[in-house]
Design a protein around this ligand. Structure first.
Ligand SMILES: NC(=O)c1ccc[n+]([C@@H]2O[C@H](COP(=O)([O-])OP(=O)(O)OC[C@H]3O[C@@H](n4cnc5c(N)ncnc54)[C@H](OP(=O)(O)O)[C@@H]3O)[C@@H](O)[C@H]2O)c1
Length: 361
């Protein structure tokens, strides 16, 4: 598609932390498969100096240079910003979203979308009332690799009846050396291995076991029964194990660990069916690179995918296409799905004893 036929989206970036740096770096990659033109219009930070340093480090050659603001509010009121990308810790997502919605801005908000399902519902109600687009940035669901697995498993029955999924996301987050300023250590910032990385293991359970939602919005999927346990350190779950149990017997085991010395091997996920399996490989459950289809009596087949940068542009393209088409939510990550995932996370935390100060009493 010639670039002038693609929609153009002007982004305002809220916060200048790690994930915002990945997001902007991905958006400026020149890609053959790009579905939209992305312009980084403005950066909003808690301080002007931080914002300027972010641009100097991550966007040094972008012309025209983004406008830098020493507040988030100026992003929301900038008439040249079409959509806001929220890269603050989970605990601020609700407020950031509500502020952006009140100014009529479209939103792509990092995962986890909020701290709990009650907060997520509040944001979507406000978005509905104002008529603005909102999507949770569950970027992995937008990878061509994931769409390919979903087609093989759920449309082509490539592994027969899908029976179970096992997925792990463990990485040493060096929690001992972190203080209360860290979003990984401070409960009021949403510290939790479950919300930080366990959400990806849970997502692979959903990808492997459930029919994809597709581009046509459907009713929310079945909410599987959840059995969960967590290991806490100063109230923060450093390790969580979940079992998702569906009414027809399908099961997933989804685990996360942020403790000393742990690291998931590259083959982080296995999807098993009555006639074969799919083993997914990558640096972590958030960034799959390849998978192997194993079917009895047939030679193993490896599927590899190009992924320049990190791969956050696929979700950004989806946002641009939705907004250009006048949609308020996305078919791959609709509001009902974000709420369902938040409810599964809430139930996991309830069983594991993980409580945020902001949770409803
Ligand atoms: N998709 C992914 O793979 C991925 C990866 C990492 C993180 N995330 C998600 O992205 C969000 C941010 O994570 P991150 O790793 O980028 O965090 P981070 O590096 O700590 O950055 C968070 C940014 O939020 C702003 N902020 C505002 N109030 C803050 C406070 N009280 N404490 C700390 N930061 C505050 C700061 O930016 P300013 O000072 O500029 O305002 C800070 O730089 C989380 O929800 C996380 O789950 C997603």
């Amino acid at each position: 598609m010639p670039s002038d036929e693609k929609p153009t989206l002007r982004w305002g970036i809220v916060a200048t932390g790690l994930i915002s740096s990945w997001f902007v770096a991905d958006l400026i990659i020149d890609r053959e498969d790009a579905q939209a033109n992305h312009i980084i219009q403005a950066i909003g930070s808690s301080s002007l100096e931080k914002g300027k340093a972010f641009v100097a480090k991550h966007l040094p050659n972008v012309s025209p240079a983004p406008t830098v603001y020493g507040s988030y509010d100026e992003i929301y009121t900038d008439p040249n910003v079409d959509a806001v990308y929220i890269g603050t810790p989970h605990a601020f997502h609700k407020k950031n979203c509500l502020d952006a919605i009140s100014h009529g801005k479209s939103i792509l908000c990092e995962k986890t979308f909020t701290l709990n399902a009650v907060e997520a519902k509040e944001v979507f109600e406000a978005a509905k009332a104002k008529g603005v687009f909102v999507m949770e940035a569950m970027w992995t669901r937008f990878f061509p690799l994931v769409k390919t697995i979903q087609k093989l498993v759920h449309e082509d029955n490539a592994i027969g009846h899908v029976l179970r999924v096992i997925c792990d996301f463990a990485m040493d987050q060096h929690l001992d050396s972190k203080g209360q300023e860290s979003r990984l250590k401070n409960l009021s910032l949403g510290a939790s291995s479950l919300l930080d990385i366990g959400i990806y293991s849970l997502t692979w359970g959903i990808i492997g076991l459930e029919q994809p939602l597709g581009d046509t919005l459907k009713e929310a999927q079945e909410k599987p029964r959840m059995l969960a346990t967590s290991t806490l350190s100063e109230g923060v779950d450093v390790a969580t194990s979940m079992i998702l149990h569906y009414s027809d017997g399908r099961q997933a085991i989804a685990t996360s660990h942020s403790g000393v010395g742990v690291r998931t091997p590259s083959n982080f996920c296995r999807i098993e069916g009555s006639e074969g399996s799919i083993v997914v490989d990558g640096g972590a459950a958030s960034v799959p690179n390849s998978f192997v289809l194993q079917k009895r009596g047939i030679e193993d087949q490896k599927f590899e995918f190009k992924r320049p940068g990190k791969g956050l542009y696929w979700e950004a393209d989806a946002v641009a296409l939705d907004i250009a088409a006048g949609r308020k939510e996305n078919g791959t990550m609709p509001w009902a799905e974000t709420i369902r995932v938040m409810e599964l996370l809430d139930e996991t935390r309830r069983q594991g004893g993980v409580v945020f100060p902001q949770d409803p009493q």
